[in-house]
Design a binder for this molecule. Structure first.
Ligand code: B12
Length: 360
């Protein structure tokens, strides 16, 4: 759904919501939000189909002198309070490795839109830093550098704040960070999307949901290697043979250990053993190849893939980490010690690298 295609019940509820805000009644506004959620809308729909069009309507009514400044302030305060209350519903179901830093350009006081965009990114699994209204450029850029941003989001409402975007891009260049794409949004871009070309930024979006979709299409999963420093020595061919001979036993043991953690596997139901076995078989093949080629870049690519894809299949990064640890324990139990000692650095590398995905 978007603000141009509200289902009927949300159109009605949005009118009720506007009336509640006109009367200044936070309680009545709460009831409308609850009704929307009860009718099957999710928190994102409440943002885009109730809060956003109501805020636009309040602006229009203020312009026509039918809403006072005080009424608008009260209404915005209620919307922001409710956004805080709905925020837990934006908890991500999976994590992505990308980082986004979002805020308003200097002097820009309209922060509700940027906050909505931030909540949608957070729900989508991005590590998200929302800086609020009127953020000084140098400090914003420093934060983007410190948090290793893959994307910067700038919100602008007043047309005369647009030059701040150009200044921001220049500042990014001064810090040598001009590789970080800038995404922009706010009223000027709703009215004139091709402004992005004039301002020489990467893209704009007209609402929070679309912003996340576009970002996911445009921003590749980072491939920078932060490989933990584990020395990888050549592995004797006898070790590889022993590893191959023991592979089924290692996998069976790792599966058995995994099944003793119902919180991590219950959602697989009757398929749990089959799914876990397939996962450990996949991992074993990857490890064999990496050991044979003495190369962790392959594992790195595979981990990026796994951490992007597998949360959709019910395996968040922390479960992956745990499975790697159980796999390491199974190797120790099954392989004779001298062979295990040669294979373990590769598994240790996987575990250390996976921990970085969990900690992000
Ligand atoms: C609330 C409000 C205020 C509040 C803001 C408080 C706050 N905490 O944010 C206050 C009182 C501070 C304010 C001040 C002013 N305001 Co005012 N304000 C509004 C109002 C009514 C609602 C804004 C809002 O919350 N919108 C809801 C959000 C969700 O929508 P959004 O911002 O468009 O965000 C969505 C998309 O644009 C997009 N998006 C937004 N940011 C980003 C960023 C990225 C990276 C991406 C990808 C997408 C994206 O996604 C968002 C979510 O889907 C608007 C009306 C309107 N049409 O917007 C007027 C409005 C913007 N204000 C207006 C004016 C004139 C002013 C003042 C100049 C008034 C004055 N004389 O002082 C000042 C300027 C202050 C300043 N320096 O910034 C006018 C602007 C008119 C014009 N053509 O320029 C408007 C349009 C009202 C009107 N109809 O006349 N305002």
């Amino acid at each position: 759904m978007n603000d141009d295609q509200q289902p009927n019940n949300l159109v009605v509820l949005q009118a009720d919501y506007l009336e509640a805000l006109r009367l200044g009644s936070g309680r009545a506004a709460d009831q409308v939000v609850q009704q929307a959620l009860d009718s099957g809308a999710d928190a994102g729909d409440v943002y885009l189909d109730i809060f956003q069009p109501t805020a636009y309507e309040i602006g229009r009514l203020w312009q026509l002198n039918r809403f006072t400044v005080a009424q608008e302030h009260l209404a915005t305060a209620i919307i922001e309070r409710q956004m805080g209350e709905l925020h837990p519903l934006f908890r991500p179901r999976h994590r992505r490795p990308q980082v986004v830093v979002i805020g308003c350009v200097p002097d820009e006081q309209h922060r509700v839109g940027a906050r909505m965009v931030a909540d949608f990114f957070e729900a989508d699994g991005w590590t998200t830093y929302y800086l609020g209204a009127a953020t000084p450029i140098d400090s914003f850029v420093a934060m983007a550098r410190e948090m290793q941003a893959d994307l910067i989001g700038l919100s602008v409402q007043m047309i005369y704040h647009l030059p701040h975007i150009t200044a921001f891009a220049a500042a990014l260049g001064c810090y040598g960070l001009d590789g970080i794409p800038i995404m922009v949004g706010g009223m000027p871009f709703r009215q004139q999307p091709d402004l992005v070309h004039t301002l020489n930024v990467q893209f704009s979006s007209t609402n929070a949901r679309e912003a996340v979709q576009q970002a996911n299409q445009r921003i590749a999963v980072p491939t920078t290697t932060m490989a933990p420093d584990v020395p990888l020595l050549p592995v004797a061919s006898a070790t590889l043979d022993a590893f191959r001979a023991a592979r089924d036993q290692i996998i069976r043991l790792a599966v058995t250990h995994s099944l003793t953690h119902p919180a991590e596997v219950a959602h697989f139901g009757a398929q749990a053993t089959q799914i876990l076995t397939a996962g450990f078989e996949f991992m074993t093949r990857m490890l064999e190849t990496a050991i044979l080629l003495q190369n962790t870049t392959l594992l790195e690519e595979q981990l990026i893939w796994a951490n992007t894809r597998q949360p959709y299949d019910g395996v968040p990064p922390e479960h992956l980490l745990h499975r790697f640890q159980m796999y390491a324990a199974a190797i120790k139990d099954v392989l004779p010690a001298p062979y295990a000692a040669e294979v373990q650095p590769y598994v240790a590398w996987l575990i250390a690298r996976q921990r970085q995905f969990v900690d992000r």
